[in-house]
Write a protein that binds this ligand. Structure first.
Ligand code: NAD
Length: 525
């Protein structure tokens, strides 16, 4: 497959893309400058009123085309995403592409309900008044995306923002520019009106320029370190930010869990996408009484994993980002030095490409980097615990809180532990898949970020709420209006009636206040 590199002009800075599988150069891309960003945001702003004023049906006609293009071109798209990231074709189809039509289907049904003006229940204290809540788009949304799921982590927020009537400027990760171009192609082919979607290739400097530009909101997915910078820049304006950051997800295996299911899940959840997932299993807590049996099952599963290039029918590819190899190797080395047992793997693979062996680490303790920091690689750290109470305490005693899972034959207990886990999403007897459920809000707590997307919340993230209260005009005055003269004792009686739950006194007080206001009581008029 050939990669279309951007034509470069000598005065512009560029970056090269290399294959994670064999190190071949795949293309050269221009770094968008601050003035490119400014121009793109200006185009997006100009396009915003027309896009906002379309009906939902009219906007969905464009998403229909997106759905159709992905159905038609899915295989080619999967190949390009796999070439860019090194991930197996199965992952490109399942985790990058499949979710887009599913989310569009979901929002086609749900957006009309979620975004319509809602009339609220009448409030006793506001007789004759009707209250409404309605939603309007924030405006131009800057979206900055990472490299681990470079397609869906860009396209789902883009679609969520666009549905509500926002226009979008995307800055995809410089680590996966092939996918960035694919996203540009997708929206161009769907014939979105000019300026509604802008895609700017570039590195951190382009991201920083976007955060500092005239956008109305930033939706950021990436590391905590960059998230801090994004939030600091947004605070200068100030504009709202949503931060989808890292994780160190806990999987708790209780004594009564279906061990084979849990072991296979642990290996899928730990090594899917070569462990480069914010929702990877990064801390596997196993109850002492089943520890040996369970770890043996996990070890057997890890040994079965096929590692290789996407076209080799592999379960796991190379790391997408070359810089991640060093982080993974350092975490494993630190664990080894502090007494951990490397039960499988433990080193980079010989030969070309950014491959690291699927690594199972036992006897992990809380002082190890592999326990404290996000590894974001093919490493499964296992921690033996006395019981599930110790597991949940340890799971929560951490700076991250994105997702997690509890494995038990007792669903009630599972839900109880899931509720107690400090995370944005927790599954019982399942993992990772909940992220693909379009109805479930997704996002973190603690240093995993804040804000939610997916579900109705995923539309609201990109909308302002407006409250409207409409009053009848049959009365010439309202009880609280001027004049205040002589009104205090009546207001006080009303206040006491209200707080004491004596509605007769309160309503009588209101009535008296209306009379006093109407008659300008106490003013001598
Ligand atoms: P990163 O923070 O290095 O980069 C993310 C994006 O920010 C890239 O597009 C990058 O070019 C841009 N960027 C860099 N410097 C910037 C700046 N100063 N201002 C604005 N933008 C800037 O993250 P990454 O390495 O691409 O992604 C991996 C991280 O993302 C992991 O920590 C992972 O857990 C997290 N992640 C979180 C979620 C989630 O939904 N919570 C999903 C996927 C990945």
């Amino acid at each position: 497959m050939t990669v279309q590199a951007t034509v470069t002009d000598d005065s512009r800075e560029t970056f090269d893309k290399f294959s994670p599988v064999d190190g071949r150069k795949l293309g050269t891309y221009e770094i968008s400058t601050a003035s490119d960003v400014e121009a793109a945001v200006a185009r997006a702003r100009e396009a915003a009123p027309r896009w906002r004023d379309l009906s939902l049906d009219q906007r969905f006609s464009y998403f229909d085309r997106i759905r159709e293009i992905i159905r038609r071109e899915g295989e080619r798209y999967a190949q390009q995403i796999s070439e860019d990231t090194g991930k197996p074709l199965v992952d490109s189809l399942m985790t990058e592409l499949m979710s887009i039509p599913l989310f569009i289907d979901y929002y086609e049904k749900e957006a009309p309900k979620a975004l319509k003006r809602r009339r609220l229940m009448p409030q006793l204290l506001f007789p004759g008044k009707t209250s409404y809540i309605e939603y309007f788009p924030k405006g131009v949304v800057g979206i900055i995306s990472p490299w681990n799921f470079p397609f869906q982590l860009a396209v789902i927020p883009m679609i969520s923002a666009l549905i509500g009537g926002n226009t979008v400027v995307l800055k995809p990760s410089e680590v996966t520019p092939i996918t960035g171009e694919l996203i540009r192609e997708l929206f161009e082919e769907a014939s979105f009106p000019k300026g509604v979607v802008e895609v700017l290739q570039g590195d951190g400097s382009t991201g920083a320029a976007l955060t500092g530009s005239d956008v109305d909101m930033i939706f950021f997915t990436g590391s905590v370190a960059t998230g801090r910078k994004v939030m600091a820049a947004a605070a200068e304006k100030p504009i709202p930010v949503e931060l989808e950051l890292g994780g160190k997800d806990a999987m708790i295996v209780c004594e009564d869990a279906h061990l084979e299911r849990a072991a296979r899940a642990a290996v899928w959840g730990g090594f899917l996408n070569c462990g480069q997932m914010c929702v990877s299993v990064e801390r596997l807590f196993v109850v002492e009484s089943i520890y040996d049996e369970f770890v043996e099952l996990v070890r057997e599963e890890v040994a079965r994993l096929r590692v290789g290039a996407p076209d080799e029918g592999s379960d796991m590819g190379p790391l997408t980002f070359s810089g991640q190899l060093g982080v993974v190797a350092r975490h494993v080395e630190d664990a080894r030095e502090k007494g951990a047992t490397i039960a499988a793997g433990g080193k980079s693979k010989e030969g070309p490409g950014q491959f690291f062996e699927p690594t199972l680490v036992l006897d992990v303790t809380t002082d190890m980097e592999i326990y404290r920091e996000e590894t974001f690689g093919p490493v499964l750290p296992v921690i033996k615990v006395a019981d599930d109470e110790e597991a949940i305490r340890m799971a929560n005693d951490h700076k991250y809180g994105l997702t997690g899972s509890v494995w038990t034959g007792d669903k009630k207990r599972g839900i109880e532990l899931a509720s107690r886990m400090e995370s944005g999403q927790t599954s019982v007897n399942d993992l990772v898949t909940s992220v693909g459920n379009p109805a479930l809000p997704f996002g973190g707590v603690k240093q995993s970020g804040f804000g939610r997307y997916h579900g109705h919340e995923g539309l609201y993230s990109f909308m302002h709420q407006k409250a409207i209260m409409v009053s009848g005009d049959f009365m010439s005055v309202e009880p609280f209006w001027f004049p205040y003269a002589a009104k205090y004792p009546t207001v006080f009686r009303t206040f006491k009636g209200l707080l004491g739950g004596n509605m007769v006194t309160a309503l009588k007080g209101f009535w008296d206040m209306i009379q006093m206001t109407r008659n300008r009581a106490g003013t001598g008029e």
